[in-house]
Design a protein around this ligand. Structure first.
Ligand code: PRX
Length: 649
């Protein structure tokens, strides 16, 4: 599997800031003396008051992670103000609308003006340092302004992806007790509208029953659709911003003051609020952005993610803007108005660095080479992949057909929790193997352990842990530090456990094999099977549900649901449709079940634990190797499950 090696391209090496020799030297230093290494690189951002302490972290006991703790800075200042003198007229954000004729360029000077105005609007409406602000927006420049305006005044943003339902939005509003919301009348993606304001109104109603009253909603006019209006609560963004002052001093933030919360799914319970702080996060996001993509001044950089996910936070907004880059923000989808959209946009804006997800690559590969070949793509120089394992076939298509064999691919492995990229090739330093995220970034110490926690050496497969802190690491689960310790540091004491399985080959390259917990990855979107199960059992006709992932050609994993109905209920296609609609409305379209199997019984141990291993195998249509089923309370249920499986080949 680790056969094919793509050597570093001479042109990439020539241009790159880091070659292999430098990588090895820096990596060694970073691990041997993290204080010294990060003490130096922490200076890549501007500090109002320089730090004297660099690293103060412990993965033991109460788990405490502090970086640059006595330094004072501001993220918005670093992403905007400090660039104004040199690059005030440079484009900071290229916005490409859903409609290919709709685009806009925002310079750093304009960004400064917009962010200051919005910051003043928020202040005027009572938002203070430390307050949580929920952002539920389409991919429009105002989403970037909103993030940066929060950072400017020290408010903590919590972005909820626009594809989430009112219920999911409400849960996140209540979770962080957020009383200020920024949204738009509607979103626009692939020619279809998304009723964001109407969803937000519903969410506010649900949240108020949960004890949190949203006091103000700032609404961007995107499509000019008619929306319900609550005079007491709703404020038109354009009116408020036009009346505000274009100057607002950046708040003085301690390095460990919170920057944002981002809810993400885990193997149990409801999504948790991953908390990232100010100084270490920005140092890490900007440093990885520079070296992983080999970013140089003047490059046009495009990450196709949505700001609703961590990739959008670190690699559309914070990393690139901290580096004074021109970052492209795309409102649409890869196949609208046609599957050549990505490539057309690359040509239109002369994109040099392009960063996307395997699911998009697979879908576009399936649409045929003609769409790519029509485009010149000659500006491309570095290609990136993120979010899920990339299969070698898709990797090779990306490299050969999109990259024309002249752009290295950086397959970047990381997580919402890690804040930035942890395992990745560097364009001028690393020989590539399709499907491998290759080697750790500076300061990152991966370790593979077996299920008992024994450290595994050499070429081996195991559970991926990280044994020392890096500046971009999450600091806690918002409002629940105990859950933070339990989730990440208790499986293997003293180590951060990623939840991923991983193989290390004879060259020391890492190959992520996917989640080893009950988290599934659907089109690069992370989902807890427990969340989908709890949505299903909330339906009146369902008595029990078990959800597993199965391999899916385009999505990476599909969602397979085993559903036991209430006594007397009949499982048919109409009910299947009803259940799919129910889950979509409870969580959002991204959680749509792909397969629903009605099961009179689920395979359980005598103590009542569902044996998911068996359910996964049946969902994969691989029931020849179910292993030992003798410990089941009722082994006969398995025959029925096999008989009625939905993925028969
Ligand atoms: O399983 C890994 C997978 O995505 C998970 C993290 O998901 P999330 O927090 O939503 O962040 C996604 C974007 C950073 C990981 O635990 N994953 C992410 N990148 C890769 C990957 N799996 C394999 N290869 C990758 N490059």
């Amino acid at each position: 599997m680790s056969g094919e090696v793509y050597r570093v391209l001479p042109a990439a090496k020539k241009r790159a800031k880091i070659d292999d020799e430098k990588y090895l030297k820096w990596y060694k230093q970073s691990v041997k003396d993290p204080e010294k290494f990060w003490g130096k690189h922490g200076k890549r951002i501007d500090w109002f008051k320089p730090y004297t302490k660099v690293k103060n972290t412990s993965f033991e006991g109460d788990v405490s992670i502090k970086w640059f703790e006595d330094g004072v800075t501001n993220v918005a200042y670093n992403c905007i103000d400090r660039h104004l003198k040199k690059r005030g007229d440079q484009v900071a954000i290229i916005w490409e609308g859903d409609n290919p004729y709709d685009d806009k360029k925002i310079t750093y000077n304009e960004l400064y003006d917009q962010v200051c105005r919005l910051a003043n609007v928020m202040k005027k409406n009572g938002v203070k340092k430390g307050d949580r602000v929920t952002i539920y927006m389409p991919m429009i420049p105002e989403a970037a302004y909103a993030m940066l305006a929060c950072a400017r005044i020290g408010a903590v943003h919590s972005i909820v992806f626009g594809g989430f339902s009112p219920e999911a939005l409400a849960g996140r509003i209540v979770g962080c007790e957020s009383t200020f919301l920024i949204t738009a009348d509607e979103g626009l993606r692939g020619g279809k509208t998304i009723p964001l304001k109407a969803n937000a109104d519903k969410a506010i109603e649900i949240a108020s029953k949960g004890g949190v009253d949203v006091k103000s909603t700032l609404v961007v006019r995107r499509t000019a659709a008619k929306v319900d209006w609550n005079e007491e609560r709703d404020i038109w963004y354009h009116d408020a911003v036009a009346a505000a002052r274009g100057e607002c001093a950046p708040a003085k933030m301690k390095a460990e003051d919170p920057l944002f919360i981002l809810y993400t799914s885990g193997s149990t319970g409801q999504p948790k609020g991953v908390l990232h702080t100010t100084g270490g996060y920005l140092v890490y996001a900007s440093m990885t952005h520079e070296y992983v993509f080999d970013y140089h001044d003047g490059d046009i950089y495009w990450c196709t993610a949505d700001v609703g996910w961590v990739t959008g936070h670190s690699y559309i907004i914070y990393g690139p803007l901290a580096n004074g880059a021109t970052t492209l923000m795309f409102e649409g989808v890869p196949n609208y108005p046609s599957p050549s959209r990505f490539w057309d946009v690359c040509d239109k804006h002369n994109v040099n660095i392009f960063y996307t997800a395997p699911t998009a690559i697979r879908a576009l590969m399936g649409a045929g080479d003609d769409h790519v070949k029509k485009a010149s793509l000659k500006s491309l120089r570095t290609l990136g992949s993120v979010g899920e394992p990339i299969n070698p076939e898709a990797w090779e298509w990306y490299y050969n057909t999109v990259g024309n064999k002249k752009s290295p691919i950086v397959d970047t492995w990381w997580q919402t929790e890690t804040g930035g990229i942890l395992i990745t090739p560097l364009p001028g330093a690393t020989d590539l193997k399709p499907g491998s995220a290759t080697r750790p970034f500076f300061g990152v110490q991966p370790q593979l352990v077996d299920n008992e926690g024994e450290v595994l050496e050499g070429a081996v497969e195991g559970n991926l842990c990280i044994v020392n802190s890096w500046p971009g690491q999450m600091r806690t689960v918002y409002g629940d530090h105990e859950r933070f310790i339990q989730t990440y540091f208790s499986t293997y004491k003293g180590k951060y456990f990623t939840g991923d399985g991983c193989r290390r080959d004879e060259d020391g390259y890492y190959w992520i094999t996917g989640r080893v917990d009950d988290v599934i990855n659907v089109s690069g979107h992370r989902m807890g099977t427990a969340e989908v199960e709890s949505a299903l059992v909330a339906h009146g006709k369902v008595s029990e549900a078990a959800v597993v992932g199965y391999p899916h050609d385009v999505k990476g994993q599909g969602i397979y649901c085993y559903v036991t109905l209430m006594e007397g209920e009949e499982g048919d296609d109409a009910l299947r449709k009803e259940l799919v609609a129910h889950v979509r409305s409870d969580i959002g379209p991204i959680a749509s079940p792909d397969k629903i199997q009605f099961a009179p019984g689920l395979p359980k141990t005598r103590s009542g634990k569902i044996m998911r291993r068996i359910l996964r195998k049946i969902a994969e249509d691989d029931f020849g190797s179910l292993g030992d089923t003798s410990t089941l309370a009722d082994p006969a249920v398995v025959d029925d499950l096999i008989e009625n499986r939905q993925n028969k080949k």
